[in-house]
Design a protein around this ligand. Structure first.
Ligand SMILES: CC(C)(COP(=O)(O)OP(=O)(O)OC[C@H]1O[C@@H](n2cnc3c(N)ncnc32)[C@H](O)[C@@H]1OP(=O)(O)O)[C@@H](O)C(=O)NCCC(=O)NCCS
Length: 281
């Protein structure tokens, strides 16, 4: 039942079957930072394979992220997702931790039945290629090692727990996407990104000020030539969506942040512009 690093090929096959963007580095990092559980089952061809997964990422003492709830198409509607979810929730309840996740519409139906409730929403947008003629604003700069205390000081109240180790790992995966904005020598916003199976994902982006958010996003997009995903909070849509659409971004799918064992989403979404992605928070 526990997923190990030798399950990586089966895990990748699972995320591929849903057309998700995670690559091996994502699975490896999630199984290292958290714990995965799976169900192996035989299909009609008699071959036993990893048929379903869930990953639990602890974020501090109060809550954990539940992610990678996936079931191979041939094994759906047999109760596998519910079974794995209940297993994860029982473990978290024994630790006194609440559960938080970002639900797709398909997952939402399962989570509601297990007692999860909705908080705020966001949506995924995709761009195929960088438009011609985009230039850096000059208002942001590449992230430096010395910025980490300031980045954690911005991120922890926004996200609701310290996820410094994860953010550092993301910055290393795609240094080109990692930028900060300063005012009077103080870091007031940052953005990170990571490589993906079929597109680069940009996020998280944390900035209270709308203009700063726009500059960080614009400068990171200039640095990245190929296909991109980003997960934009609905509450920041009015500011950024028309500009993103002019840059070639198109709507992909909605997500809902859901909680179990608490009433609100952790943190303060007022300063979040882009989520890190549904598998990370
Ligand atoms: C969403 C998903 C994980 C559900 O897995 P599953 O093993 O089929 O789910 P379960 O069998 O445990 O479903 C439990 C109940 O949830 C509801 N449910 C499950 N999938 C549903 C769907 N696609 N639409 C509507 N209701 C659904 C049903 O009420 C179901 O009970 P029933 O089959 O007795 O009617 C699976 O469809 C999947 O992998 N989808 C693609 C990836 C994805 O979106 N994952 C969720 C990430 S947040």
């Amino acid at each position: 039942m526990p997923l190990r690093l030798q399950d990586l090929p089966g895990a990748l096959a699972l995320s591929l079957s849903a057309n998700w963007n995670q690559n091996e580095a994502d699975w490896r990092s999630m199984l290292t930072l958290g714990r995965g559980f799976g169900i192996h089952a035989a299909a009609d061809d008699g071959v036993t394979r990893l048929a379903a997964s869930v990953v639990v990422l602890p974020y501090g003492d109060d809550f954990a992220w539940v992610s990678m709830v996936l079931v191979l198409p041939a094994f759906r509607r047999r109760g596998y997702a519910s079974l794995l979810l209940r297993h994860a929730l029982a473990g978290l309840s024994a630790q006194g931790r609440a559960a938080v996740l970002d639900a797709t519409p398909a997952g939402h139906a399962v989570y509601v039945q297990e007692g999860f409730i909705d908080t705020w929403g966001f949506a995924r947008y995709r761009r195929e290629a960088r438009p011609d003629g985009a230039a850096m604003s000059g208002a942001t700069r590449p992230l430096r090692d010395a910025d980490w205390p300031a980045i954690e000081a911005l991120d922890t109240p926004a996200f609701g727990a310290n996820r410094g180790a994860l953010l550092r790992a993301l910055a290393q995966r795609l240094p080109l996407a990692a930028r900060v904005a300063e005012q009077g020598g103080r870091v007031i916003g940052f953005v990170l990104g990571r490589d993906g199976r079929e597109a680069t994902q940009v996020g998280p982006l944390i900035a209270a000020d709308d203009a700063v958010a726009h500059q960080l996003l614009a400068d990171t997009l200039v640095a990245l030539p190929g296909p991109l995903y980003l997960d934009l909070l609905d509450r920041r849509r009015a500011l950024l969506l028309p500009w993103l659409q002019a840059q070639g971004f198109q709507f992909q799918r909605p997500f809902t942040r859901m909680v179990h064992g608490r009433r609100d989403a952790p943190g303060d979404a007022a300063t979040i512009v882009l989520a890190a992605g549904p598998e990370l928070g």
